[in-house]
Structure formats: structure tokens, C-alpha cells
Ligand binder design. Structure first.
Ligand SMILES: Cc1cc2nc3c(=O)[nH]c(=O)nc-3n(C[C@H](O)[C@H](O)[C@H](O)COP(=O)(O)OP(=O)(O)OC[C@H]3O[C@@H](n4cnc5c(N)ncnc54)[C@H](O)[C@@H]3O)c2cc1C
Length: 512
């Protein structure tokens, strides 16, 4: 794809052609009188393994992964976690696990509370979820595709009283219950958001995509952004625009704002960046889902390879009990068709090998721990400091222990007896009710579920960096439209809600 020349002008400049950026580019360029330019740091991904759903955990660290790493986490026994983020048209949908879950009504009640704006509620967002799913293929796997292990896992929950639900997305805004994951897979292959939203409209004369172009800084004049400086093959250039929309994701966006002089003055000054717009909360409110990896079993039967993406069913539950059918979700237990142990537990799980082992992952859906991220210097190659502050709150630790208990409950149940050989992790030495031992195990087992959000949260208070209209507070013509604006995480994976945000913003754009 071509690269930009200096002083190119456009009506709308979109930074990032990831999940949200692909949607916004499609919708805003549908008006032929509006010129839209998209800048994407990565280049087109041609790796055939990217397409294979079962390989998703194994393609990280390749050229199309930003490959971030967190600071050592006190809540995780001092471990640092690798954070994959996609780079190239499609963004993180190039590398994600393809589970498609809208979230539940209670998730969006919290968004309304944060913004004071009913348009971020479940009912108001429904048309945008529907619109997304009319473009992005969402597969609800039947028995011909689901692993026989996962089918028994779902039946095991039902025997324990957990309700069976048709799927995670069409149950009136409730997700409590057992069901296979819906996935964005078509004909056995990953479908990226770029495949269906961006690539089909690239022929539009008013839409230009530049790949391999990383935005260094926003140019700010008074209360407006006038353009951006970019780095192309190590050379600097400038693009000017009437309006700029950040779609660089929950890590890329706040870093770009900080490099541009927008952020917490203490952070900017420490990094050697002049403060142009003080906004203390930029980069704060960072939160993510963790999963315990895992409650691992060896199997007495061969475990056939997945025909989907390994992690085939997340079962959402209330702390109040197994039989709840509505209301807030607290916990999740998922079944992986193979061994899955954190790097810290790999040696202890050495007996659990593919084809002869399976894993129950467990986690907390609405963590209250909050961290932050910041720049360490003014340049693109200054490493960001990413501190999610995992498991900082007793709320999160207590619910994580309960999630582990629930995993072991179904793992030891009669419904899985045809599969269960031995519980490898945490194993017999962890007695039920020993909270300290459970905490120590969880701190070593937890891995990211890859859902960092919230670093430019939308809100109605002056301290929220982004308004409910998704405008950066203090700048008339700068918007943020992606996972960064999520004020509090949805119970399940966040991709569907990121796409709904992008559709909702695009529909309202001309009226803004
Ligand atoms: C490994 C993994 C597994 C996941 N699994 C799931 C799942 O199963 N289900 C689910 O719902 N969610 C999942 N997620 C989360 C989901 O994919 C992301 O939340 C979502 O894709 C984020 O979309 P976004 O538009 O905010 O950012 P992204 O899709 O990450 O897009 C940001 C884009 O901006 C570009 N960019 C950033 N900075 C700049 C810059 N300065 N200049 C130019 N371009 C820039 C990036 O290269 C990227 O293409 C997963 C994520 C990962 C990484």
C-alpha cells in the first residue's frame, strides 16, 4: 500500500485500522463527499497460520503483534505478562480468540451510570450489535463442530443445576448459563474485521488506507487538532485533517495522546514532553480480565483436536449460586480442549500433553482492580510502562478463589468422569477452604484474557478524558472510538462491544 506524502489533507483522519477503525472507516466513507484517510502502523498480514482458529495462541510474537509486556505484578507473584496486540489492517482481530459475546444488560447499566447517557445502555446498543452481526459472520457451533469433551462439560454443568441457554447473545441480555461460545469463524477460518468492513470498500475514491505508517504526534493549535506527524520508513511527514478519530486501541491511543502533550502533567514532565492539555486520567483506569491457567486434568480417553479455537465454552455464573438465570455475573469457567498452564506452572503440568489432557480456565468477570499505563519518553521507540495492577483488591481475589472452586466442582463431577484421569493442577495438595494456598496458586496460574480496556474512559464528569459523545475533553475535533473508552469492562470478551461502540459512534457522527 502507498505511503503518505507531507502536507496531505483529508476531511477525516482515522488513526488505526483495527477492529473499531475498520468499522468507522467503512461507515464514514459511505458518504462520497467526505474524504477519509486511515493510517495503520502495521502492514497487510499474509501469514496463512493467522487464518487457522486453533493456532491463535501460537501466532503471538510474530511481526503483526505489538508484543507488549506488563511491569512485574505484585498480585501475580511478581510475574510480568506478555500482552499481544494486533498490528496491521484488522488490528487485534488478526490475533484474537474469535469469541463473540455482546455482554449482558448489567454491563451496560454501568456504562449508563458512568456517562449519564442512556444511549450506552443495552436496549439502545441492540441495533448496533445487530448491525455488526449482519456484517461479521458469527457462528454458533452445533454438535458437528463442538468437541465431544465440551459437550460433556456443558452437560456436566446442567447436571449441577446451571441453566442451559441458547447462546450468549440472544438471551434477552442475560448470559448466566451453559452454552458453546459463538465465534467469528467462517468455513473453518478466522474472519478479521478488516476482511468484512474495510477491504470490501477500499475501492471508494474518497477512502485512502496507508499501511506501515505510525503516527508519532498530534499537532495541536488552540482547542483543535490540525493534523499529525507520522514516521514512514524512519522519515517524518505531516498530514492535516478537519477531524481526527483515534482508533489505535486501549494502549496505542493514550500513548499517542501523551506523546502529543495531553495527559497527567507529572507523567508528561517525567517523560520530557511539554504539557499542552492537562488531563490526569489519560492512561488510568486500565483493567483487564485474567484467567487461571489452569485447573488441568489428564484424560483417560483421547481428547480429539478442536475443530474451533481450543477454548470452546465459557460458562458465566453468579456468586450467589449455580442456578441463577438473570442478573449480574461474577465468575466464568471455560473448557479448553487441551492443556493450558501459565509459564510459571509449565513444569508442574509437564504430564498434561495435547491429545491426553484438558483444562478448565476460571476467572472474574468484573474486576475492581485498576492500573495505568504511561510513556517513558517522547519517542515512538520509548518503551511504554504498562501496569494493570492485577488482583489488587480483595473483591477480585475472593471471587477468583470462588471461580477456582467452581472449576474444581465441575471438574470432579460425575458428568466428566468418562474423561477425568487425574487433576494435575492445582492437585490434591490444595485443600478446599485453604484461602492462602488458593491465592498463591492463582497468583502463579493467572494469565491475561487479552481484554485491556478503559484507558481513555468515557464519562460525564470533568475528570473523564472522553465525553459520552466520545470527544476528547478540551479538543473540539478529536474523538476516541475503540476499547479505550470503555468505562468498565463487560462480563465476557469485549470485541463485540468495541464493534457496537464503533457502529453507534458512526451512526451519530454527522449530528455531532
Ligand atoms: C490475543 C487476543 C485474544 C483476544 N480474544 C478475544 C476474543 O476471543 N473475543 C473478544 O471479544 N475479544 C478478544 N480480544 C480482544 C479484542 O480483540 C480487542 O479488544 C479488540 O480487537 C480491540 O479493538 P480496538 O479497535 O480497540 O483496537 P485494535 O483492534 O487493537 O486496533 C488498533 C489498531 O491501531 C493501530 N495503531 C496503534 N497505534 C498506532 C499509531 N500510533 N499509528 C498508527 N496505527 C496505530 C494498531 O496497529 C492496530 O491495528 C483478544 C485480544 C487479543 C490480543
Amino acid at each position: 500500500m502507498g505511503t503518505s506524502s507531507t502536507n496531505t489533507r483529508t476531511d477525516v483522519l482515522i488513526i488505526g485500522a483495527g477492529s473499531a477503525g475498520s468499522v468507522v472507516a467503512n461507515r464514514l466513507s459511505a458518504d462520497p463527499s467526505r474524504s477519509v484517510t486511515v493510517l495503520e502502523a502495521g502492514t497487510r498480514v499474509t501469514d496463512p497460520e493467522m487464518r487457522r482458529p486453533e493456532l491463535w495462541p501460537f501466532i503471538h510474537g510474530r511481526s503483526y503483534d505489538w508484543a507488549y509486556r506488563t511491569t512485574p505484578q505484585p498480585g501475580l507473584a511478581g510475574r510480568s505478562l506478555d500482552w499481544a496486540r494486533g498490528r496491521g489492517p484488522g488490528g487485534s482481530s488478526l490475533v484474537h480468540a474469535m469469541a463473540h459475546m455482546r455482554g449482558c444488560r448489567a454491563d451496560f447499566d454501568r456504562w449508563v451510570e458512568a456517562t449519564g447517557d442512556e444511549r450506552w445502555g443495552w436496549d439502545a446498543l441492540l441495533p448496533y450489535f445487530d448491525r455488526t452481526e449482519s456484517v461479521l459472520p458469527v457462528l454458533r457451533p452445533g454438535p458437528e463442530l463442538s468437541s465431544p469433551l465440551v459437550q460433556d462439560y456443558l452437560a456436566a454443568w446442567e447436571s449441577l443445576g446451571v441453566p442451559s441457554i441458547p447462546d450468549h447473545n440472544h438471551n434477552g441480555g442475560e448470559m448466566l448459563g451453559a452454552t458453546p461460545n459463538s465465534v467469528t469463524i467462517r468455513d473453518g477460518e478466522r474472519v478479521t474485521v478488516s476482511d468484512v468492513y474495510l477491504d470490501p470498500v477500499l475501492e471508494r475514491p474518497n477512502l485512502t488506507l496507508h499501511t506501515g505508517v505510525t503516527v508519532h504526534r498530534l499537532l495541536i493549535d488552540g482547542g483543535r487538532v490540525t493534523g499529525v506527524t507520522v514516521t514512514i520508513d524512519g522519515r517524518d511527514g505531516v498530514l492535516t485533517a478537519d477531524e481526527v478519530i483515534l482508533c489505535g486501541g486501549s494502549i496505542g491511543d493514550p500513548l499517542l495522546l501523551m506523546r502529543s502533550g495531553i495527559g497527567d502533567p507529572a507523567v508528561l514532565e517525567a517523560a520530557g514532553v511539554e504539557v499542552l492539555l492537562p488531563s490526569e486520567q489519560v492512561g488510568k483506569n486500565l483493567h483487564d480480565h485474567l484467567l487461571g491457567a489452569g485447573n488441568v486434568y489428564t484424560s483417560r480417553r483421547d481428547v480429539p483436536p478442536t475443530r474451533l479455537q481450543l477454548s470452546e465454552s465459557m460458562t458465566y455464573q453468579s456468586r450467589l449460586g449455580l442456578t441463577e438465570t438473570a442478573g449480574p455475573i461474577d465468575l466464568v469457567v471455560g473448557c479448553v480442549v487441551g492443556p493450558s498452564a501459565s509459564e510459571a506452572l509449565a513444569a508442574e503440568a509437564a504430564d498434561a500433553v495435547p491429545g491426553h489432557a484438558y483444562t478448565l480456565l476460571f476467572g472474574v468477570t468484573n474486576p475492581t482492580s485498576r492500573g495505568s499505563l504511561r510513556i517513558s519518553g517522547p519517542d515512538l521507540d520509548d518503551e511504554p510502562v504498562i501496569d494493570p495492577n492485577y488482583l489488587d483488591t480483595e473483591h477480585d481475589r475472593e471471587l477468583f478463589r470462588l471461580a477456582l472452586e467452581r472449576a474444581r466442582l465441575v471438574g470432579a463431577s460425575a458428568g466428566l468422569s468418562a474423561w477425568r484421569d487425574r487433576e494435575v493442577l492445582p492437585g490434591r495438595s490444595l485443600a478446599a477452604g485453604d484461602d492462602a494456598a488458593a491465592d498463591a496458586f492463582i497468583a502463579r496460574a493467572a494469565i491475561t484474557h487479552h481484554h485491556p480496556v478503559g484507558t481513555l474512559r468515557m464519562g460525564d464528569g470533568d475528570e473523564a478524558p472522553v465525553t459520552p459523545e466520545l470527544r476528547v475533553r478540551g479538543l473540539d475535533n478529536l474523538f476516541v472510538v475503540d476499547a479505550a473508552v470503555i468505562p468498565s469492562i463487560t462480563a465476557g470478551p469485549v470485541h463485540a462491544s468495541v464493534l457496537a461502540i464503533a457502529e453507534a459512534f458512526s451512526a451519530r457522527y454527522t449530528a455531532l
